[in-house]
Design a protein around this ligand. Sequence first.
Ligand code: IPE
Ligand code: IPE
Ligand code: MG
Length: 240
Amino acid sequence: MDNVVSSKLISPNHIAIIMDGNGRWAEKQGKERIDGHYEGVVSVRSAIESCLDYGVKYLTIYAFSTENWGRPSDEVAGLMELFCKTISMEIPSLIDKKVCVKFIGDTMSLSDDVKESVKFCEDSTEGFETLTLCVALNYGARDEIINGVKQLFIKVANGEVDIENIDTKVIESELYTSAIPDPDLMIRTSGEQRISNFLLWQLAYSEFYFTDILWPDFRKEQFKEAIEEFSKRNRRYGKV
Ligand code: IPE
Ligand code: IPE
Ligand code: MG
């Protein structure tokens, strides 16, 4: 275990990250936007290692939103290629670290090669329990809720669910994240302070941490600062 870990720190069980600022990082370096995305992968690797160091059990990363299709087609194509390459390159190390990878979002609408990478990665890492890495890929929280509502309507129509019994747990069971606890801490890098259609339901009582650091610069030291800040928070969970 890394010696940066202090006994006074409270580790969140689940950290969700909006990894933002790759494009601005690249621009600052006089590079192409895609170079920023490649450098962002190094920060993902670092975040996984930090989670292992601090005993964080779930890490959810926002890799591609349903809105990101609106970006220039060459950037979208570059990102899809990056996802395929990264997934296959990282699998041995994820297996070695006993990290279980799950994808959330509309992955079925992705190209065949991305779909194959996603399935191969989930199959290769299934059952590991050290850390669950949840990758939000072609994810949109509004779509997630719409799909869940549609599924529930079908179940109500079939008589499988009684309207009177619809509660938080029933709704949660229809979300992509049904097997994953809610995030305790949500981090967004790059100075933006919005949710951008990420985990709208699940973040109801998460602590938010915003930093001006651009995602490719968010490494172990910055991760530690986020955990330190989280440790100082007085969590309420909707209680008095
Ligand atoms: C986040 O970085 C990565 C993805 C959305 C895939 P951006 O690409 O949004 O970087 P900025 O916000 O333009 O700097
Ligand atoms: C959110 O970042 C999506 C991901 C990090 C994948 P964006 O950069 O796409 O969000 P907006 O457009 O600034 O809200
Ligand atoms: Mg951005």
